[in-house]
Design a protein around this ligand. Sequence first.
Ligand code: AMP
Length: 414
Amino acid sequence: MPSKYQAPRGTFDVLPADARLRQRVERTAVEILARAGYERIATPAFEDTELFERGVGRSTDIVRKEMFTFEDKGGRSITLRPEGTAPICRAYVEHGMHKLAQPVKLCYVGPFFRHERPQAGRYRQFHQIGIEAIGTDSPLADAEAIMLLADLLAELGVPGVQLRLGSLGSPRARSAYLEELRAHLRANEAELSKDVRARLEINPLRAFDADDAGTRDVMASAPTLVDRLEGEDAAHFAEVRQLLEAAGVVYEIDPTLVRGLDYYTRTIFSFVCDELGAQSEVGGGGRYDGLIEQLGGPPTPAIGWAVGIERILLALGETGSAPERDAFLAVADPGQRQRALALAAELRRAGLSAELDLAGRGLKGQLKHADRIGARRVLILEADGSAQLRDMASGEQRTVDAAAIVEAIGGEAR
Ligand code: AMP
């Protein structure tokens, strides 16, 4: 029966079969990151709106159009977090983490919220796994962060992944370049889309992201930032590239790579995946050397990335897997129910998964139910106290010693 109520537009329910897949992705990620010294952090699902306005940048699409912002009962402006970096930098400053051994390496998993037009791979509530390495400007940190994301995607088996790499330089180099780019855009203003023209002064870089033919033509001959890098910016980028090459990481330089957040400096990167269609990015990130200071902390260079869990699942193309139960406890006689309950508890304490009939079914009904829920074997408790162990795949059945049931099931489960 269709329900009158549905999950809000652009959101979805995670049902058990999907939850199992997600759990595998999250566990794999957290394990890989823990081996590299990244520890879990969790920040609130909402923050003061100003944090994102200052952190992500007032001219970005995220802040201009995509935030779920509301007033709380005290008249404060609150925003559901659209991304994880600004909140973590807020926490770094708030908790004086600059006093800890640097860099502070943090990872997170959780929901994020953006009021975007929903489509495959683009939702209003989505989930990210991300890392931040705060307190180092070493190119080694950039290379390591990129390699961790590459390893994670490889370990999960995400097919057709490509790495795109770019550098935005330092703010000074960037502003000189932006002037040059604006001049190019102004000279070709008539051919640009209305949107690009409207933001020509505040955010000319976004013109590289436009999909209309006119703007694309103009951008084909635009100067690029990677060709304008100088001094320490150029040396930093060269070293990141050399480290990646030495580690055998394949990448492509993308001079038009722009990320939709203002805080990036120097290295930026994006992992795209053939399987993903229009929303082709599975994850990405970059360096944000000015953000902590901008949020009131000491000057602190940092780098991070985020990967979308839904995009990973889409790229893997897997549908939910069936659960596995070590045993289902069936009773041939209702008088055995109490024993089934006690045995189920005993099996669970021994680390095995066990379920029992909770609906008062007859034996035939219990066996059918056990099959439906994916139990690999059924223990049938007979009225006389004896027990039969039935393998559901082969249908074979054998008597087991009633005093050694846990050992019998445990032995087979291993
Ligand atoms: P960003 O925070 O914009 O750099 O995005 C990082 C990653 O989060 C992207 O590569 C996507 O995998 C994922 N992502 C961003 N926005 C969405 C969205 N609206 N729906 C699903 N995944 C998203």
